[in-house]
Write a protein that binds this ligand. Structure first.
Ligand SMILES: Nc1ncnc2c1ncn2[C@@H]1O[C@H](COP(=O)(O)OP(=O)(O)OP(=O)(O)O)[C@@H](O)[C@H]1O
Ligand SMILES: [Mg+2]
Length: 574
């Protein structure tokens, strides 16, 4: 039942009760006053008639007294609430008072009459030769009472209707905001958190409205935040899993689905131990202990098991899930990133670094070996050749006049010895550029290009050296020297070029080397010819120093060999 109906019912009940009590009091009062009125009226009537009889008896005899009384009664007419009858001795009715004209023809209901009528006895008075009977007639008084009561009842009925109507309208108007509040609440229930209530005139409803709006603000904010977090979790490229402290999974995002191969509907509700690879039980237990102690787990490199049984390298971070109401840890939020590719790349990088180190070692050993051979050639062969030339010259001198044949042979020995000496020195220079050891990269390269200009006048060798090329370290020096040496040798051997441009420049902590020619360029076959050592050796040397190496050359457009070598400590020391 609505509040309005309830209030109306209460008011109706109260008014009806009030009416009943009032009616009861009024009816009792009426009964009493009718009795008093009737009794008093009866007594007065009897006294009046007795007085008249007394006077009549004093003046006349009994028979005439009746006539005097009759004439008096006829003059008197109707006494309001009493019927008067005069009987002769033989019970002949001599006189009867006329009926009342007051509210003639109308009567109170019988039940009401019985309720309020005092039920009085008739009274009689002996007249000498007859008697007077005075009968109380309370019907008029009861009718009056009934009319009064009816009036009161109508009044109360009117009051009842008016009061109910007023309360109905007033309460309806006052409760109008409840409809808006209810509508707002049901909108909120449907998830429309932007719903707000307008200001209300009634203070109480206005306070409710303001509280409602504050609550809606908070809800809207937290809903938006939740949505954002849910979206982040859904769209995250990392696998995000939530499980309770017993391991039961309650959240499994699409990235987790992709990483481990379990569809969400299949794994939610199951245990997270499904992901634990054999041997990792202790680690998982330790993680859970940390979470129970409210500690975070950050960037733990570990492995987890996929649906197909494969072990995946993951970077795991985890945080405790705390129930805000009880402030208890109720679970764990885990995010995992697939680092298989990263691990593989790390492995490849490690292998590559090892290869580079090996290459550097080989090159260093090679250079050492070359230097030692150069030294041996210089010290041993050079000495011997010098000795042969010296002896040859001595023999030639001594035999010039006496033994012309021996003299010619000795001269030939001296010439061949000289040639051998030049060849040995050439080989020594090739094996170990002494200028590199004695003067540095810049001078060694200049000496190299001078030699070529001299040896191959048909090729215009142009060289540009930029920046500080001192103190680059032995490894970088020999790498650049060998690179330029091999490139120019290739130009001479394969390019049929007229120009060769060599450029070595230091830019910050990098060394850029390029050798360009205008020869026939690279054919398809040449570019992929891995059986050759020159280009391959250059690439290995450069990459051994973490540098970049490239060779380009379309047919007819010449060839350009480029290298970029970082000048960091690793490259300089080995
Ligand atoms: N500047 C160039 N112009 C045209 N072709 C070239 C040039 N440099 C290299 N090539 C081609 O590339 C091939 C590979 O060169 P690479 O230096 O590796 O080997 P190579 O010079 O033939 O032999 P080696 O192992 O003695 O150096 C050469 O055989 C040649 O055909
Ligand atoms: Mg070559």
């Amino acid at each position: 039942m609505s509040l309005r109906m309830r209030i109306n019912l209460i008011i109706t009940t109260l008014i009806v009760l009030f009416t009943l009590v009032t009616a009861h009091i009024i009816v009792s009062d009426m009964r009493r006053s009718i009795r008093e009125e009737m009794e008093a009226g009866g007594k007065i009537t009897l006294q009046l008639l007795a007085g008249v009889l007394d006077v009549a008896h004093q003046a006349t005899d009994d028979e005439q007294a009746n006539e005097v009384l009759t004439s008096f009664l006829q003059n008197l007419g109707r006494v309001r609430a009493h019927d008067i009858k005069l009987f002769a001795d033989d019970d002949t009715l001599l006189y009867q008072s006329p009926p009342s004209v007051y509210k003639a023809g109308r009567h109170a209901p019988r039940w009401f009459y019985h309720m309020v009528s005092p039920q009085l006895q008739e009274m009689s008075l002996q007249t000498g030769e007859g008697r007077v009977i005075v009968t109380p007639d309370d019907t008029r008084a009861v009718l009056d009472a009934w009319d009064d009561l009816l009036q009161l009842l109508w009044l109360l009925a009117g009051l009842l209707v008016m009061a109910n109507l007023a309360v109905f309208l007033l309460v309806g108007r006052s409760l109008k905001p409840t409809r808006k509040i209810l509508a707002g609440l049901s909108q909120m229930q449907r998830g429309q958190f932007h719903t707000r209530l307008p200001p209300f005139t009634l203070h109480e409803f206005d306070a409710i409205g303001r509280t409602f709006n504050g609550m809606a603000d908070a809800l809207e904010k937290s809903h938006a935040e939740n949505q954002r977090l849910a979206l982040v979790a859904q769209q995250s490229s990392d696998a995000i899993i939530i499980h309770d402290l017993y391991g039961n999974i309650s959240f499994w995002n699409p990235a987790a689905e992709r990483l481990f191969g379990y569809p969400a509907e299949e794994i939610v509700g199951r245990s997270a131990t499904l992901l634990t690879p054999p041997g990792a039980e202790l680690e998982v237990e330790a993680n859970l202990t940390a979470i129970r102690d409210r500690r975070m787990i950050e960037n733990l490199e570990t492995r987890r098991l996929a649906y197909d049984g494969a072990q995946i390298d993951v970077l795991l971070s985890a945080a405790p899930l705390v129930d805000p109401a009880s402030d208890r840890v109720i679970g764990e939020i885990v995010s995992m990133r697939d680092i298989t590719a990263q691990k593989r790349a790390q492995q490849v990088e490690a292998d590559l670094e090892q290869n580079r180190r090996l290459t550097r070692l080989i090159q260093t050993r090679l250079e050492e070996e070359r230097r030692s051979i150069a030294r041996e050639l210089h010290d041993e062969l050079g000495q011997c050749v010098t000795a042969i030339r010296t002896f040859g010259a001595a023999i030639a001198n001594r035999t010039r006049n006496d033994m012309p044949d021996v003299h010619r042979s000795a001269q030939t020995i001296v010439q061949v010895g000289g040639h051998l000496y030049d060849v040995v020195h050439g080989i020594i220079r090739q094996l170990r550029p002494s200028a590199l050891d004695n003067l540095g990269l810049r001078e060694a390269l200049e000496e190299l290009s001078d030699t070529w200009r001299e040896r191959y006048p048909e090729i215009a060798v142009h060289m540009e050296l930029e920046g500080d090329l001192d103190n680059l370290g032995e490894t970088v020096n020999i790498t650049v020297y060998r690179l330029v040496q091999e490139c120019v040798t290739n130009v001479v051997r394969h390019a049929a070029a007229r120009h060769a441009d060599i450029r070595v420049s230091r830019i910050d902590d990098r060394l850029e080397v390029s050798v360009r020619d205008d020869g026939k360029g690279l054919g398809e076959r040449n570019a992929v010819d891995s059986a050759r050592f020159g280009l391959m050796g250059m690439r290995e040397r450069v990459e051994g120093l973490n540098g970049m190496f490239s060779i380009e050359g379309r047919p007819g457009e010449g060839v350009i060999v480029s290298a970029s070598i970082p000048l960091h400590p690793v490259a300089a020391t080995v």
